[in-house]
Each structure stands twice: as structure tokens, then as C-alpha cells.
Ligand binder design. Structure first.
Ligand code: GLN
Length: 540
């Protein structure tokens, strides 16, 4: 029988509920339990696929092709849970489903209301994951902050849920902020008291508090928090700021969070051991032996979260090589304004990530050119691959003004274009080429060498494709097609012949990288960058 942990957040957003939920998952897995995680997002979009990165950050794609919240990325990086469409519940999805049922007459003449119909739909979404994934513990993170209007139906739903499943089978964990007020020279517990109180008004008594704070919280302060929040003192945990997020499962573990959770749920489990995680992930991040600089050339580099999985995948590759990957965020529009050389001269590798729309495109093309000509290790991802192909067509194959039809519909050389299927698409939401497809790798290529396999599944999110009409011509000039999706004869990976490491893929490898299992392409990009750095240092 599945038991449940509900994670809510108080006081302010961005406290790291996603990381906290993922860390709890990691801790419980270390005790031999099977877990799964759901993110509930109170917005009315059906999924974040149609939102721009300024609104939402990265859109995380699962194997089954769902466009989901980036917290699912944290869950997958920290745990072994296999996540898909059902692991992200949104208000848009919930209402969509309820309205469809109403149109089919399934509510038998009743007035359809938030309670019970919307709340029932939320609960059935949670139960569905329990039924299909059969975890010992299902962690459900409620997005937003307690007190938000949009979040109310979710809180009401989990309140009902805890009664239906039995209060002893449910733990409510509340993540909150304990701010330090400099002028008073002390931490303040009042906002936390209020947010726990707000939860109580709704009928939810938090069982466990995770207190985010810059400084350690004293025993006295903890006692005070416990008293005002109506809970035992040992249920107040601190989540102090750390150097790397991968340390958080250790911090929680040291304080016995997993033990308290299991005690409450009446689950007996073996002892946990995160020693390997500590040694092979956390310690390596904290004391790297060398440093390497990789430029990420994109148009959303000012945003923290737009390339979240890419930044994490670079860190993972660094862990593998015992190197700190210093990420130089380069604005692609700057590259076209002031030139690639001045932006990229000092880096050991270049990564051009995915994206949509024409802004910043020429800068990405220039970055690929710079990397190709100067033999700088290069990884292009999705749009980064498409711009690398455009660059190669223009500057190596002499196809003047070659482009993707996304940016120039009438280009003479549409080296990237829509396949027939995509031309028919009218709706924007959920209609791209999405999710995992198998890619076959060509022997003797960098990609084949990286993966050490001939067939690999990778996740996609794009509409445009390499135009096969140009394949032979470009191959003649040295563009190697090293990966294809055989069923539809689509180009998935290209490489530049004679370059130390120039690989560009149509899929998103960043979604499959974990701290203790770096993605082969990221691993080898960073490896090649370290080699280049070594050779450059020797020359100097
Ligand atoms: N805009 C491009 C396409 O739709 C690339 C998408 C991406 O980088 N995710 O094909």
C-alpha cells in the first residue's frame, strides 16, 4: 500500500520545494524504498510547453513526451523514479478533464463545482500515479505558496485525501523561510508561524517543518517555532544554505528527517547509506582538482532557470572529470553585436542550447563558426544543432544565406525545414516532436565512442529537422551524420570531420544526465575541453 508525503511551501516562493522534495525522495530511496513524485502546478495552462522561459524557466521533457515543470528534472536527477505525463498535475489539465466529463454528461445533471468535482479530479490524479507506479511512498509537491488563491483547491484536495487514506498514512511537510533581520541581529519566526497557521485554517496541520535559513537556527528558536506551530520540537528541521544542492539529502539525513517520516508512516526500512553519494558527488563538487571554462551561448542567459538541466549536466560532467566547470553565460545577441572571438576567446568549450524564434540566431551561428574554425570543443543541442548545420552549409558548402525555414521561409537553401507531418499542425500545445526516440549511431564516430552503444534513446522537443535533401552534399564537405532515427530517416546527430570534438544533436541529452551518471556527450565535451586547455597551457 502506498503512503503519502505532501510538500507545501510558505512565506515566499523560490525556497527550493522542488529540491527539498527530490532530496526527501533520495533519502527514502537510500533506505530501500520505492518512491515516486508528483508536482502539482496551480496555473491554468495545460502544461508549461506554451509558456516562455521568462515566465517559467526550462520546460522539462519526460520520456513519454510530456512537457513538464522543471521540478521534474530535479526529481529525476536525484532519484531513480521514472516520471511521465501523470507526474505533473496542472489546473489546466484538471479543468480540461472535468469540463470534458461535463460535456459527456458524466455528472448526471449535477452542478459541477470546485468542491467536490475539481478536488476529486486532483485526488484521482494522485491515486492514478499510486496505482500505476506502485511506490511505497508517493511524494506530492504543491506548487506556489500557501495563501495563493490558485493553490486552494489543491490544499483542500490533500486535506480530504489525508482523511480518506487515514491520517497515519500521510505526512504533511511544510517548507518555510526563517529570515535573518540584520538591523535586529536576529532571525524571525513570525512569517513561519503565520504560514503554518494559514495551513491550519484550511484544516491541515503540518507534521514536519523544513526551515530555510542563512544561519543555523538555535535550539531555543526551534522550540519557539515548534510551540507556535503546534508540533513537537524534533519535527522542526533546518535547511541551511549549502554550497551545492546535491548536499541537501545529506543535510536532511544527518538531522534524521527520513527516520521521522518513516516513524510517522509506520514504515520499517533498512538503514540508509548515502556514503557513495557524498564521496562521488558532493565531495567532488566541493573540492575539484582543476577548472574548465565552457561558454553557454543562448538568449536567456540572464535567467537562472531557462537552461537549468544544461547547467546541471555540465556540473555532472565536471564531477566525472574532477573539474569545476565554470559556466560563462554568453548572450547570443552580444556575439552578433561584438563578435564571437571577443566573447569566446577565453573558453575551453562552447555549448549552444535549444531555443525558438529568430532573436539571437546569427550569434549562435557565429559561435558555431568560431568553434569549428578554432577547433574549440563544441556541443550543439536542438536549435544549437540546427544553427551549426546552417553555419556549415553557409561557410563550408557555399550555400549562401542557407537557413532554417523557421527563420527564413523563402531561403534558397532550407537546410533545416519542417517535415510533412509538422506542416499540418495548427495547435501549438503538445504538438512538437516530443519525448524519447531511438537513435542509431554510426561506427567510428565521436558519438558512438561516447555512448559505447549503437542504439540510444534520447528525448526530443522540436518541430524542424535536418533537410535530407542536403545530406549528401554536406557529407561530401565533411559533415558526418553520426546518429539517425531509422524509422523516419531523420538526422539526429552531426559531427564535423577533422575537428577534435564537434558534436551537435537534435535531441536534448541534458534531460538524461545525473550527478552520479553524467551524460556521455556532456562528459566528452568537458573531457575535450580539458584536453584543449591542457594543450593550450603547454604551448604557453
Ligand atoms: N526551434 C527549433 C525547432 O522547433 C528548435 C527547438 C529547440 O531547440 N528545442 O525545431
Amino acid at each position: 500500500m502506498t503512503k503519502y508525503i505532501f510538500v507545501t511551501g510558505g512565506v515566499v516562493s523560490s525556497l527550493g520545494k522542488g529540491i527539498a522534495s527530490a532530496s526527501i525522495g533520495k533519502l527514502l530511496e537510500s533506505r530501500g524504498l520505492k518512491i515516486s513524485i508528483i508536482k502539482c502546478d496551480p496555473y491554468i495552462n495545460v502544461d508549461p510547453g506554451t509558456m516562455n522561459p521568462y515566465q517559467h524557466g526550462e520546460v522539462y521533457v519526460t520520456d513519454d513526451g510530456a512537457e513538464t515543470d522543471l521540478d521534474l528534472g530535479h526529481y529525476e536527477r536525484f532519484t531513480n523514479a521514472r516520471l511521465g505525463r501523470e507526474n505533473n498535475i496542472t489546473t489546466g489539465k484538471v479543468y480540461h478533464s472535468v469540463i470534458m466529463k461535463e460535456r459527456r454528461g458524466e455528472y448526471l445533471g449535477n452542478t459541477v463545482q470546485v468542491i467536490p468535482h475539481i478536488t476529486d479530479e486532483i485526488k484521482s490524479g494522485i491515486r492514478k500515479v499510486a496505482r500505476t507506479s506502485k511506490p511505497d511512498i508517493l511524494i506530492v509537491e504543491i506548487g506556489g505558496t500557501v495563501g495563493d488563491i490558485e493553490g486552494l483547491p489543491y490544499l483542500e484536495a490533500i486535506r480530504q485525501f489525508s482523511l480518506e487514506e487515514g491520517r497515519e498514512n500521510v505526512v504533511f511537510i511544510h517548507l518555510t523561510l526563517i529570515p535573518y533581520i540584520r538591523s535586529a541581529g536576529e532571525i524571525k519566526t513570525k512569517p513561519t508561524q503565520h504560514s503554518v497557521q494559514k495551513l491550519r485554517e484550511i484544516g491541515i496541520q503540518a507534521d514536519i517543518l523544513l526551515c530555510r535559513s542563512e544561519f543555523p537556527i538555535s535550539k531555543e528558536a526551534r522550540e519557539k517555532i515548534a510551540l507556535f506551530c503546534n508540533m513537537a520540537r524534533d519535527m522542526v528541521f533546518q535547511a541551511i544554505d549549502v554550497e551545492t544542492v546535491y548536499e541537501i539529502p545529506l543535510i536532511f539525513g544527518e538531522q534524521g528527517l527520513d527516520t521521522q517520516v518513516l516513524k510517522r508512516l509506520g514504515i520499517k526500512a533498512k538503514k540508509g547509506d548515502l556514503g557513495k553519494w557524498q564521496e562521488e558527488v558532493v565531495d567532488r563538487i566541493k573540492s575539484p582538482k582543476r577548472k574548465v571554462k565552457i561558454a553557454v551561448v543562448g538568449k536567456y542567459i540572464t535567467l537562472q532557470d531557462a537552461y537549468k538541466s544544461i547547467y546541471e549536466a555540465l556540473i555532472h560532467a565536471g564531477i566525472y572529470h574532477n573539474a569545476k566547470v565554470e559556466i560563462k553565460r554568453v548572450d547570443s545577441e552580444d556575439v552578433s553585436r561584438i563578435g564571437a572571438a571577443s566573447n569566446l576567446e577565453d573558453v575551453d568549450g562552447v555549448l549552444v542550447p535549444g531555443g525558438f524564434g529568430s532573436r539571437g540566431i546569427e550569434g549562435k551561428i557565429d559561435a558555431a563558426k568560431f568553434a569549428r574554425e578554432n577547433k574549440v570543443p563544441f556541443l550543439g543541442i536542438c536549435l544549437g544543432m540546427q544553427t551549426a548545420v546552417i553555419e556549415f552549409a553557409r561557410n563550408v558548402c557555399g550555400m549562401k544565406k542557407a537557413n532554417s525555414t523557421e527563420f527564413d521561409r523563402k531561403t534558397r537553401y532550407p537546410v533545416i525545414s519542417l517535415i510533412e507531418e509538422q506542416k499540418k499542425v495548427k495547435d501549438m500545445g503538445g504538438t512538437m516532436r516530443l519525448g524519447a526516440y531511438n537513435c542509431s549511431l554510426k561506427d567510428g564516430t565521436k558519438s558512438r565512442e561516447a555512448y559505447k552503444r549503437s542504439e540510444i534513446p534520447e528525448r526530443h522537443r522540436h518541430r524542424y529537422e535536418f533537410n535530407n535533401r542536403y545530406r549528401t552534399d554536406m557529407a561530401k564537405k565533411g559533415l558526418i551524420v553520426s546518429g539517425t532515427y531509422k524509422k523516419a530517416d531523420l538526422v539526429e546527430i552531426v559531427e564535423v570531420k577533422g575537428h577534435p570534438w564537434f558534436v551537435a544533436c537534435q535531441f536534448h541529452p541534458e534531460f538524461r544526465s545525473k550527478p552520479d551518471k553524467p551524460h556521455p556527450l556532456f562528459r566528452d565535451l568537458v573531457g575535450a575541453a580539458l584536453t584543449r586547455q591542457f594543450l593550450r597551457d603547454k604551448e604557453e
